[in-house]
Design a protein around this ligand. Structure first.
Ligand code: COA
Length: 180
């Protein structure tokens, strides 16, 4: 299990384990128009829904099968977004992320993805990190490409939302030091 106090630094941000105190921030992010369009879920009706998500994240951290981080400014004064890894199978982790609308397009997510993927290769023994995004989500695509991910596959039936299939693209980043 990763220590609770794990902190990953980027040039302008730090990533630290999510806490209950982050819930109002996450709740407000999801309620910005269009924020959830590229995700399988809708904005939660109450903060209690996010408490259940938090409990799941907590359990995954403790089991060593996931780690969700709040991205904040280096001095910890401003919350910016969230980024997480989930174990998929030996050596492979799945990356997910979101940035609060007030802080998008400042390059923060690119910094966070670069730092977290390095951390996964160095500290989690990852050989391969994958990420999926709705195919129209150009912001996600650009973040991943800037961090070195490569397109692997278009998936016409990626996830279902409001009874309709949303097509996704799968991108992968390989550990440059791995022989696999
Ligand atoms: C996608 C998202 C995480 C991008 O975060 P961000 O911090 O704004 O990204 P960055 O500032 O690091 O941007 C990286 C690149 O993507 C581009 N980009 C960001 N958002 C974009 C958008 N909506 N459309 C087109 N390009 C976009 C930036 O211009 C930049 O490219 P450049 O350096 O060539 O100019 C953010 O928009 C978000 O959280 N969206 C809502 C939730 C979501 O869709 N999450 C991902 C689900 S897979």
């Amino acid at each position: 299990m990763l220590p609770s106090a794990t902190v990953i630094e980027t040039p302008r941000c730090r990533l630290r384990r999510i806490t209950e105190a982050d819930i109002p921030f996450a709740f407000s992010s999801t309620h910005h128009p269009g924020f959830c369009d590229g995700m399988p879920w809708d904005a939660p009706e109450t903060e209690d829904v996010l408490r259940a998500v938090q409990a799941k994240n907590q359990a995954e951290w403790e089991a060593g099968t996931g780690c969700a981080f709040t991205i904040e400014t280096r001095d910890g004064s401003i919350r910016l977004g969230r980024i997480s890894l989930r174990w998929v199978e030996a050596g492979t982790w799945n990356l997910g992320f979101w940035m609060h609308p007030d802080h998008q397009r400042h390059g923060y997510m690119t910094e966070a993805v670069i730092a977290l993927t390095r951390f996964a290769f160095d500290r989690l023994g990852a050989t391969r990190i994958r990420a999926l995004h709705a195919d129209w989500n150009l912001g996600s695509r650009r973040v991943l490409e800037k961090a070195g991910f490569q397109f692997i596959e278009h998936i016409p039936q990626g996830f279902q939302k409001h009874g309709r299939w949303i097509s996704e693209d799968l991108l992968v980043l390989l550990n440059p030091n791995s022989k696999i």
